[in-house]
Design a binder for this molecule. Structure first.
Ligand code: CA
Length: 250
């Protein structure tokens, strides 16, 4: 198992906190099955069949600031009025980094890719088994776990400040704009300064075990992060390449 450190930390946090999941699915039979399965696993579940209502529940997060209402969103794609893709897009546009698992009847590769493009973290095609659903939910919550563990909402390294709950990053006093993946990468690096991460470990932590692409994706995201963080991206001071191993921060 990769990243033992992260897993141990998360395991202990799971004992004390009950994770909250929002399910947005308009088909009542599926919704009830999903809710029952997740509740049996010990999750605290809120469910709605209405995309608009789902958004309202999620956006009320913003108002109560430091403590988001949900740890994971399970989201159907085909919903009346506001569809799942638009919900994803809107949440990411608002810099909401809640993990999102899409449920969909669409199996084609383009739909899967489209779901991930608009900022979903994972994708499950109907019909799916409840065991599969639970495994995916658990993995998404665990991956996000490292960010909710810290009692300090600010992570800092020299003049890089990351505000987890506000999804903001300041570098040398200036705010920079990061994509959700870049933000999570940086958050992970700042959570474990000086730790060397292999590309495979970064894929596992940020993209998840079911990621289809190759490890070059990591290099591309590191390059983008460097362009935003470093004074001279060709001579990085923060995101250091450790030849033969991977990357470390600081
Ligand atoms: Ca539907």
């Amino acid at each position: 198992m990769l990243s033992l450190e992260g897993h141990q930390l998360t395991a202990s946090s799971e004992l004390v906190t009950k994770h909250r999941i929002l399910v947005v699915e308009d088909e009542e039979v599926i919704r009830n099955m999903v809710v029952m399965a997740l509740e049996e696993e010990g999750y605290q579940v809120t469910a709605t069949g209405d995309g608009r209502k789902g958004l309202e529940l999620l956006q009320s997060n913003e108002n109560n600031g430091s403590n988001p209402n949900f740890d994971l969103l399970v989201l159907d794609l085909m919903l009346p009025q506001v569809n799942g893709l638009d919900i994803c897009r809107l949440l990411r546009y608002q810099s909401n980094i809640i993990p999102i698992l899409i449920l969909s009847a669409k199996a084609s590769e383009t739909d899967r890719v489209l779901g991930l493009e608009v900022g979903a973290d994972d994708y499950l095609v109907k019909p799916f088994s409840m065991r599969e659903l639970i495994a995916r939910c658990r993995s998404l919550i665990r991956r996000q776990g490292f960010s909710s563990l810290s009692t300090a909402p600010v992570r800092k390294y020299r003049d890089v400040f990351l505000y987890s709950q506000e999804c903001r990053v300041l570098v040398r006093g200036t705010e920079i704009n990061l994509s959700p993946k870049e933000f999570r990468l940086l958050e992970l690096f700042l959570s474990y300064p000086k730790r060397v991460w292999s590309r495979e470990q970064l894929i596992e932590q940020i993209w998840g075990p079911d990621f289809l692409g190759d490890t070059k994706t990591v290099d591309v995201h590191i390059r983008w992060l460097r362009e935003k963080l470093e004074l001279d991206p060709s001579q990085p001071e923060y995101l250091i390449t450790v030849r033969g191993f991977g990357y470390r921060f600081g």
